[in-house]
Design a protein around this ligand. Sequence first.
Ligand code: LMR
Length: 400
Amino acid sequence: VFSHVVQAPEDPILGVTVAYNKDPSPVKLNLGVGAYRTEEGKPLVLNVVRRAEQQLVNDSSRVKEYLPIVGLSDFNKLSAKLILGADSPAIRENRVTTVQCLSGTGSLRVGAEFLARHYHQHTIYIPQPTWGNHPKVFTLAGLTVRSYRYYDPATRGLNFQGLLEDLGSAPSGGIVLLHACAHNPTGVDPTPQQWERIRQLMRSKALLPFFDSAYQGFASGSLDSDAQSVRMFVADGGECLVAQSYAKNMGLYGERVGALSIVCRAADVASRVESQLKLVIRPMYSNPPIHGASIVATILKDGNMYREWTIELKAMADRIITMRQKLFDALRARGTPGDWSHIIKQIGMFTFTGLNPEQVAFMRKEYHVYMTSDGRISMAGLSSRTVPHLADAIHAAVTR
Ligand code: LMR
């Protein structure tokens, strides 16, 4: 009965790792998925995460009971504080409902399912380009996906005029996906002044912001600065949704830990919204896993651990910045044609190189360098040892 089933293509991002794993070359380099690696090219478990896990293991009162449908209560409260700020009036006034979800993707999906059932507009505007999974998540949740201009290939910067025009012509009430910071894949963010213009425009047209916050701490190295875009929208008293992921900033990729917050205008609304989120979650996966959320809650509620986390997070962000400089210098040293200054200007985990799909394919075939076909490279996967190899590959690709 399944013989008609056709082979599906690999995922454009996670499929890069599948191809990489099959490559026997000793010089192969995986710059596809946005996952942090050490200078030795190894995955990193933060010290503070190990400490929190030890503390959890030593606590014999801990059991493996089901969490509530909305997840771990402490985790939810602390996650809202982390993104909205400890002094957020929305939290003080109980206008925020936060539910623990399966990392960023799960939070986006639960939020989108909720909007499809309870929001009067079903069109979501996503930046062009955006994370490859966004259109699939929203379409499968029942929303209609449209895009707004975001990136200008000519300047390798923000197409601010295009963005304003496209959001300006979106129908009133439309949903708008915004990357809270460290835009994936471009590494290009609006300035605080541009964010303020975007906020004014969106509020004047009653466009509903849906933030994806997957890289808090990776743009500026400061958790608070990286949350400014979200906080700006919350400060005006209006509604918004925020999907948070702890995959990157706590290195909890496989623990699948994240949160969806919906900021409402009044406490009674938030409580009714939460009751409906439970109806979305229960038939999908019943309730979320306990371990990752317990790690996050342990770290966020302990002053010492929190400080240790911020130091380790900053070290990851700083190592990526060093890689940017090293790659830029290596290309300059080789006299590689083109202006590569965007490598040091762009922020977060990724560089949107401007390499085309043919050049990407060439680098994979001849140099065993793996990246997504849009030319995005994960700077977090690079080390001082591998920079020369990548620079050689880029140089060869653009001069052939
Ligand atoms: C990425 O863009 O590489 C990450 O967000 C990982 C993923 O799930 O695609």
